[in-house]
Design a protein around this ligand. Sequence first.
Ligand code: PDD
Length: 284
Amino acid sequence: MARIAYVDGQYGPIDRPAIGIEDRGFQFADGVYEVWSVKDGEFLDHPGHMARLKRSLAELRIPMPMSEAALDVALRETLRRNRLMNALVYLQVTRGVAKRDHAFPAKPVKPTMVITARPASFSAVQARAETGIAVITRPDERWKRCDIKSISLLPNVLAKQAAREAGAFEAWLINEAGEVTEGSSSNAWIVTGEGVLVTRKADEAILNGITRQRVIRLAAALGIPFEERPFSLEEALSAREAFVSSASSMVMPVVRIDDRAVANGAPGSLATALREAYLSGADG
Ligand code: PDD
């Protein structure tokens, strides 16, 4: 079955050209996106993703392309037309089509909105979680507003490609202070030797992951000591556990950082407990 995409009010085959050449998403990466995991037909953490979408759009002064209720219908309809129950659903909204000029169009234009869905294999993700993943480190070369979920992802793309070429699953980005900010498409966490869960606070240097926010609530419910602060690469290398969080990986243990084992090189017990709590649908 051909994959079906939603493009500006129409559902059609994903390979049909449908976006204007002068779309500002294509010309300037002038847009935002969201990603949902859908499990057994349920959009996980739906309100959080919707709230972040609205925030990202507002930060860039792009209007919501339609009401939240209408958007909800379009998301579900895209899933239905692709006959998927377990999926990753992607939404992109750009400032729209206008004659090429860096500044915003003088007359407001209609934002472009695209929704796509593709099958997700939760069993493959689970198998990966059971062995854990390797990460490499790269300099964080991104802009200073990583809190906006912008489609401008070139540094993230290059970091992920470097990870792939090194046989790793993710790249952790290191800022000029030697701190791990986050992964190329995930948030970064460690558990210290004293058993304290640590992740960077959600400042402008990272994307405030919806999964991250849920893990913080789950940790509180499980009584896990937690500190929201930066951690250095050195601290990560001597941590008891490390993991990443994202909509697609949920909670994913990290067992190697730059070819050095994290603790005994096996997934940690807190990461595993948080992953199970996440999958059980608990919400702290
Ligand atoms: N990535 N940090 C970055 C840079 C990300 O791109 C993502 C998500 C996250 C985690 O956010 P969340 O928990 O809301 O998924 C953190 C998505 C999955 C992607 O780009 O595919």
